[in-house]
Design a protein around this ligand. Structure first.
Ligand SMILES: [Fe+2]
Ligand SMILES: [Fe+2]
Length: 240
């Protein structure tokens, strides 16, 4: 079993293989993480935003398409995928804590460090173990089919933290449309708010926060928790 890191695009099954697409996003993520230590203030906020947008849509599509496929094809797929889902849950909760903090908070550097460590750990687990196991179990055609489905879901997936929604279908699938709408509209509003005069920007930020509150209410809908595993469950009293 060879890590994806040591394989060429051809060995991974071509440019549409799920393995190639995964590795491409992981490399992009690594480039962004490398830039983090040299940034501060507004610049760091923008970079963290870019990292989150990349990470959350990527992980959502993994949970919707890739991990169910792994569970169907690998004997210990249940255990393996439960482990990465737990990692995803931890990352989600760390980023949710980061979002609640403000740039000057003393515990913020540690939160950022822990998030970066967890993100790197998740990439290593996927590239060194889970995805090579999938590569051994299915043929190249299946890898390309998975790649296409994953890419479609990723382009339309939510882009923000939703700690209490199920990490597995069917709750996860049901959450895709409403939360993708709120998240992607917020992304547009936040982007615009940084590029217009301050009074207009304030209005856009308020609209984005209103949508954030709406998303938190959507997350509470019971059908969106169906399929949830005990390992990734957040007890009511500690929900962010
Ligand atoms: Fe990944
Ligand atoms: Fe992941």
């Amino acid at each position: 079993m060879r890590s994806l890191a040591d394989q060429t695009v051809e060995e991974l099954g071509g440019r549409w293989s799920i393995l190639t697409l995964q590795k491409r996003d992981h490399v992009k993520l690594d480039e962004l993480l490398e830039q983090l230590p040299a940034t501060s203030g507004e610049e760091q906020e923008e970079l963290l935003n870019r990292i989150c947008r990349l990470v959350f849509s990527h992980a959502f599509a993994e949970e919707a398409v890739l991990w169910p496929a792994l569970r169907r094809t690998i004997e210990d797929g249940e255990e393996l995928t439960a482990r990465v889902e737990q990692e995803h849950q931890e990352i989600t909760e760390l980023v949710a804590a980061l979002e609640r903090s403000s740039p000057g908070d003393p515990d913020r550097p540690e939160l950022i460090d822990r998030t970066v460590t967890m993100l790197r750990q998740d990439v290593r687990d996927e590239e060194d173990e889970l995805l090579p196991r999938l590569q051994d179990a299915v043929d190249m055609k299946a890898l390309r089919r998975l790649g296409m489905s994953w890419a479609v879901v990723r382009r339309t997936a939510p882009t923000r933290t939703h700690p209490i929604v199920s990490r597995r279908p069917p709750g996860q699938t049901l959450s895709a449309l409403p939360l993708s709408l709120t998240d992607r509209t917020r992304d547009g509003l936040d982007y615009a708010s940084r590029r217009v005069p301050a009074p207009v920007g304030k209005g856009l930020t308020a609209a984005s926060q209103g949508l954030g509150a709406l998303a938190r209410r959507i997350e509470q809908l019971p059908p969106l928790r169906v399929g949830e595993r005990p390992e990734t469950h957040i007890p009511s009293q500690s929900r962010p």
